[in-house]
Design a protein around this ligand. Structure first.
Ligand code: PMP
Length: 442
C-alpha cells in the first residue's frame, strides 16, 4: 500500500519532500476518538479527522440514520423542481440552530469549498439584484483559508494556495489578520492590534471605493492559518465597518460552526450577526460530505421579493438525502450532548496543558487556542521567533509515536480533537506532545 500510494495517489496540500521525510500514515480503522494505522499503531486523533469529526468515529445514531436513509431513498437532491423530506427537515433544523445568528435560509452544498464559492456568488448577485452591479470586489484576511475552488482560492490569504493558479478572480484584496505573535504592526497587545487591523480594513474598503466592494469574508477563528483567535472587539468592529459601507459580511464557519469555539457558531462567540454563513465539516461529523450556506432575511428579501431571482449555482449533491439524514442525526447528538459546552471546557483544559508544556520546551514559541482548536507555534529560537517547519515535522512524528496524531501545518502543530473528548483523552494529548517534544530535545 505504501508503495502504491507513492506511485498512484496524489495528496492535496503535501510537498513531495515533506512526504518523503514523513511518509503518510495509512489509516485503516477508527474507534471512539482513536485511529489505527496499517502497522497496528493506535493513537488518539487530536486532529478530529480534518477539524470535522466532532462526535468521534463510533457514533451509532449517525451510522443508523445513514443506513436507514440508504434503504429508503439513497438519492434525490434539492435541485430546481425537486427536493426530499430529509433536506426540508434539515433546512428547518439549521434555521433553528443558527436562528440566533439571524440565519433563516439554507442552500445545500457538498462541502466547505462549495459553500464558500456559493456565498461569494450570492453576495455578488444580491448587490446586482439591488441595482448595485458595481459591487463585485471581495476583501479577506491575509492568513485566512477559504477552500480550494476558484473563488475560495482567490480570497485565500496564503499565497502558496493562490500563486500556482493565477490569474484568479479579479478584485480580491487582503488585509492583515489580527495575529498577535507576528504582524506587520509589530503590536503584541491583542486589543490594540484588533484596532489597527480594523483601521487597515476600513482603509482598504475606502481605497477600493465602497460602491465596488461586495463582501468581506473571514473565519471567526482562523483555522488553517494557524489557529488565530482575534480579540473579542475585532469581529464586532468588522460588522460595523461592513454596515457603514454597505458591504456584506460572510462568516466562513466551515471549522467554527457546530460548537468548536465553545458556542454554536463562531459569529455568536463574538456576538456578531453575519449576512451569510458557510458551513460544512462537522455538519455530519465527517460521516458524509455535506455543506450549506445560510443566509439572513436581508438576503432572503432580495432573492425572494418581487417575483424572486434564480440562484444560478448548485450541485448534483445539493441536499443529498443521505447527507441530510447524517446531518440530522449529527445535530441531534450535538444538541443532546451540548457539544459547545464540552468544547469550551476541554479547550480550556487543553490550552492550560499546552501552556504548561511551553514552560518546559523551548521549541514552543506561542500557544494559541479558542474552544477546542489550539496550536503550538514551533520555533528554533524563541527570542528571534525563528519559524522551524522541519522541527515541527519532527515533533509531529515523535508525538505520533507517543500516541497522538496532531496536525503538522508549516511551523505550527494544530489540535482540533473530537468534542466528545474526556479529561483522560485531553491529558493523553498533552503527555504525548510532552514526550514528542522531549524525544527531539525540543
Ligand atoms: N473554509 C475553511 C475555513 C476551511 O477550513 C476549509 C477546509 N479546511 C474550507 C473552507 C474548505 O472546505 P472543504 O475542504 O470541505 O472543501
Amino acid at each position: 500500500l505504501t508503495e502504491m500510494n507513492a506511485r498512484h495517489l496524489w495528496h492535496p496540500m503535501a510537498h513531495p519532500g515533506e512526504m518523503q521525510a514523513n511518509p503518510p500514515k495509512i489509516i485503516i480503522g477508527a474507534d471512539g476518538v482513536s485511529i489505527t494505522d496499517l502497522e497496528g499503531h493506535t493513537t488518539i486523533d487530536a486532529v478530529g479527522g480534518l477539524w470535522n469529526v466532532n462526535l468521534g468515529y463510533s457514533c451509532q445514531p449517525i451510522k443508523d440514520a445513514i443506513a436507514a436513509q440508504l434503504t429508503r431513498l439513497p438519492y434525490y437532491s434539492a435541485f430546481k423542481g425537486t427536493t426530499n423530506d430529509a433536506a426540508i427537515e434539515l433546512s428547518v433544523r439549521l434555521a433553528g440552530m443558527f436562528g440566533p445568528d439571524g440565519m433563516t435560509r439554507a442552500f445545500f452544498t457538498s462541502g466547505g469549498s462549495d459553500s464558500v464559492d456559493t456565498a461569494l456568488k450570492l453576495a455578488r448577485q444580491y448587490h446586482r439584484l439591488r441595482g448595485e452591479a458595481s459591487r463585485t470586489k471581495f476583501i479577506a484576511l491575509r492568513k485566512g483559508y477559504h477552500g480550494t475552488h476558484w473563488g475560495g482560492a482567490s480570497v485565500n490569504g496564503n499565497p502558496a494556495f493562490r500563486e500556482p493558479y493565477e490569474p484568479l478572480l479579479p478584485g480580491c484584496f487582503h488585509v492583515p489578520a489580527p495575529y498577535a505573535y507576528r504582524n506587520p504592526f509589530d503590536e503584541s497587545d491583542p486589543e490594540r492590534l484588533a484596532a489597527l487591523c480594523l483601521s487597515a480594513l476600513e482603509a482598504e474598503i475606502e481605497m477600493q471605493v465602497p460602491s465596488t466592494v461586495a463582501a468581506f469574508i473571514m473565519e471567526p477563528v482562523l483555522g488553517a492559518g494557524g489557529v488565530i483567535a482575534p480579540h473579542p472587539s475585532f469581529m464586532p468592529g468588522v460588522r460595523d465597518i461592513c454596515d457603514r459601507h454597505g458591504v456584506l459580511l460572510i462568516a466562513d464557519e466551515v471549522i467554527t460552526g457546530f460548537g468548536r469555539t465553545g458556542d454554536v457558531s463562531g459569529a455568536r462567540h463574538w456576538g456578531v450577526k453575519p449576512d451569510l454563513m458557510c458551513l460544512a465539516k462537522a455538519m455530519t461529523s465527517g460521516y458524509f460530505p455535506m455543506g450549506a450556506v445560510m443566509a439572513n432575511d436581508r438576503l432572503a428579501e432580495v432573492f425572494e421579493g418581487d417575483g424572486g431571482a434564480m440562484i444560478g449555482t448548485g450541485y448534483t449533491y445539493s441536499g443529498h438525502p443521505v447527507g441530510c439524514a447524517a446531518a440530522l442525526a449529527c445535530l441531534d447528538e450535538t444538541e443532546r450532548l451540548t457539544l459547545w459546552d464540552k468544547a469550551a471546557y476541554q479547550g480550556a483544559r487543553l490550552k492550560a496543558g499546552l501552556q504548561d508544556l511551553a514552560t518546559r520546551h523551548d521549541a514552543i514559541g506561542d500557544v494559541r487556542g479558542e474552544g477546542l482548536m489550539c496550536a503550538l507555534e514551533i520555533v528554533s529560537d524563541r527570542q528571534a521567533k525563528t519559524m522551524d517547519p522541519a522541527r515541527a515535522g519532527r515533533i509531529f512524528e515523535t508525538t505520533y509515536k507517543a500516541g497522538a496524531m496532531v496536525r503538522w501545518s508549516g511551523t505550527n502543530l494544530v489540535m482540533s480533537p473530537p468534542l466528545i473528548l474526556t479529561d483522560a483523552d485531553c491529558d493523553r494529548i498533552v503527555s504525548a506532545l510532552d514526550e514528542g517534544l522531549g524525544a527531539v530535545g525540543a
